[in-house]
Design a protein around this ligand. Sequence first.
Ligand code: NCD
Ligand code: ZN
Length: 345
Amino acid sequence: MDQFSITTPDDWHLHVRDGDALADVLPFTARQFNRAIIMPNLTPPVTTTEQALAYRQRIVEALGPDTRFQPLMTLYLTDNTPPDEIILAKSSGHIHGVKLYPAGATTNSESGVTNITHCHDTLAVMEREGMPLLIHGEVTHDHIDIFDREAVFIEEILNPLIECFPTLKVVFEHITTKDAADFVHAAPDHVAATITAHHLLLNRNDLLVGGVRPHNFCLPVLKRETHRLALMDAATSGSAKFFLGTDSAPHSRSSKEQACGCAGCFTAPLAIELYAQAFDSVGKLHQLEGFASHFGPDFYGLPRNTGTLHLQRRPWHVPPSYAYLDEEIIPFLAGTQLDWSVVSE
Ligand code: NCD
Ligand code: ZN
């Protein structure tokens, strides 16, 4: 197969930041995707409906008038999110999920949840209102090895949570392990997962062999090859529980290339091409459309897109960098060759 078309895809997990950074990165996503779930981990975080609607307005302004792109907003769950905030969020029509960051788990998660039991009343309202809980699934205890944090989260937090709120819609975000894929496969249909392109394409050797590769560092951290293979199986299985979420997370070059570099891979400029590369590597391009364009809206209760995106087998090189703020940003796999290009017709 040298060319194929899919329904216009959506990105169900995206960081676009704010201000000038927002203006720099948003066009990359708007070019390929029709909608994206916008992560709320700004500083300060987006914890209220009012803040989310104001952030949405800034995104709409950054997009300009000629775009069909729709930002789907989220709230950042804290120990103190009042149950009434969920009602407000739901009735706004623009808020499609509430994000659980365990405090300290990742970039800008300091205001996250310190103990999930503090959120029980709010989670009960989310369950009743059909508001999805989007989970960064890692424990943060010092004594738990960073490579085990997702698996421990399933045992310690997720299993009890799902038992306590049996009909709560849950998206286990950017899963990175076979444990997570198995968990989601076995869970009821209202429990789903997003998978990033970088976790489909790389394993932890790509982080460390031959030297530290800061642009491959993200959270949850890349895992060993057996886990990557399990993610590939899940993403290409045709199961509607797994769908596309890039977790494209822009950080300037200087904040990545330093003694304590930020976590996050910037994949937005080449997102769908990366997924095509991954699916093609196992002969499963025919499963890309469900994963990228159908299963996400079906889960969120939104209509599927009506447009079309065309891809052609035409090799190209990922640019070495893009302009970002007053410096530059290094895209994921900068300088390497990819096989698939997006074409306009
Ligand atoms: C994200 C970011 O930079 O905001 N970083 C990352 O490594 N994925 C935060 C997140 O989603 O964990
Ligand atoms: Zn993220």
